[in-house]
Design a binder for this molecule. Structure first.
Ligand code: PMP
Length: 383
């Protein structure tokens, strides 16, 4: 086995979901919605399966989806992408893999931010890159120009940003985005920006894409996911958008990874992207209500929670909640003793972890959220 994988275990999401299935615990660990997803999009997929082609679609994606992605970003984020600058992939995960394989040469340094989505580090290392880790910490998880400069060396070629950030549910914000853009332009660095949570930004805030910052149009790979936009996480339909100088390289990596993505799901994603702003607003409002319900339930049970500006996630601050134990111990205990599965945020750190924060997924029905908070409140009162 390659040493990169030999030293890694099964992902925490898989482990916690398997334990939840085995024990019957309420699973607020892995981030997937409990609801079925939009009926018209699911119907479009079913109809396309029965009525349209099931043969290899074009390598870069069906033209309708490439255009729908470009049009959606023009409407929602004011971007000027051409359909030719959009490459459809099998989930954002494949887009990340293709972008890193295309752009990293052996020995190149890649700046990553901890907490990091679990695929980033193995992908960078398998691509031959050397990860330079920038550590972010609660409550604001802020990125500063000083942090970027401290991580830089003459071998730095890439920076991989996740914004909004999973698991912290924070957004980079205008100052950090401007600092990142100045850094990338000044140091001739290409940015890969994983924006799978872009449609789930709450409290009236607008998502700001890094690619729109001054000087970033030619040096940013913007990654998105239909799975997240339409609450259909099993679909694994994503895309990467970049200037032709970059997208030519991205397409080459993609053609030797998966080559294509199921055509019926592409048709359906294109149909979903045709929805108007009111639909996306209503989705956001629905998830925001669930966030608020989970936060209120946890607070009533004696837990302190961190702010959640985006994503499907809300975190408990164990230290502020009066727990002396670390996040892994807490998650181990609540799955067995309270019947609730959660994710320890230390799992998102490769070194020097934050150990007092636990991530919960609120993309669940009111009944599920209420049952989970009730169980956690009882657990706390028994201690
Ligand atoms: N990046 C981040 C930050 C994510 O949270 C996720 C899904 N949890 C992905 C990528 C993967 O997206 P997809 O399912 O489209 O591959």
């Amino acid at each position: 086995m390659n040493p990169v994988y030999a030293r890694m275990g099964t992902t925490i999401f898989e482990t916690m979901s398997a334990r939840a299935r085995a024990s019957g615990a309420i699973n607020l660990g892995q981030g997937f919605p409990e609801a079925q997803g939009p009926a018209d999009v699911i119907d479009a997929a079913a109809r396309a399966l029965a009525e349209r082609s099931n043969q290899y679609p074009p390598m870069a994606g069906i033209p309708e989806l490439r255009r729908a992605v470009a049009d959606h970003y023009a409407r929602s984020q004011g971007l000027d992408l051409l359909p030719e600058e959009v490459i459809v992939t099998s989930g954002a995960t494949e887009a990340l893999a293709a972008a890193l394989l295309a752009l990293v040469s052996p020995g190149d340094e890649v700046i990553l931010f901890q907490p990091l989505y679990d695929a980033y580090l193995p992908l960078v290392e398998r691509a031959g890159g050397v990860a330079k880790l920038v550590r972010l910490s609660p409550p604001d998880w802020r990125i500063t120009a000083e942090m970027l400069e401290a991580a830089w060396s003459p071998r730095t070629r890439l920076l991989l940003l996740n914004d909004p950030l999973n698991p912290s549910a924070s957004i980079a914000g205008p100052e950090a985005l401007a600092a990142i853009a100045r850094f990338c332009v000044g140091r001739n660095i290409i940015a890969i920006c994983d924006e799978v949570w872009e449609e789930l930004v709450f409290d009236g805030a607008a998502h700001r894409p890094l690619i729109a910052e001054p000087g970033m149009r030619e040096r940013t790979v913007k990654i998105g996911s239909a799975g997240k936009m339409f609450a259909l996480t099993g679909w694994k339909v994503g895309w990467m958008c970049a200037h032709p100088d970059l997208s030519r390289a991205l397409a080459k990596a993609h053609q030797f990874l998966t080559f294509t993505t199921p055509p019926n799901l592409q048709w359906a994603a294109a149909c979903g992207l045709g929805k108007d702003a009111a639909w996306f607003d209503a989705e956001r409002a629905k998830f925001q209500r669930s966030r608020d319900r989970l936060a209120a339930g946890l607070r009533a049970g004696g837990y302190a929670v961190l702010p959640s500006a985006a994503t499907y996630f809300l975190s408990i601050d164990l230290a502020a909640s009066g727990f002396g134990q670390d996040d892994v111990t807490f998650c181990d205990r609540i799955i067995d003793e309270a019947g609730v599965a959660a994710i320890p945020v230390s799992a998102f750190y490769a070194e020097d972890p934050v150990t007092h924060v636990v991530r919960l997924c609120f993309a669940k029905s009111d009944a599920t959220l209420d049952a989970a908070t009730e169980r956690l409140a009882q657990y706390r009162s028994r201690l």
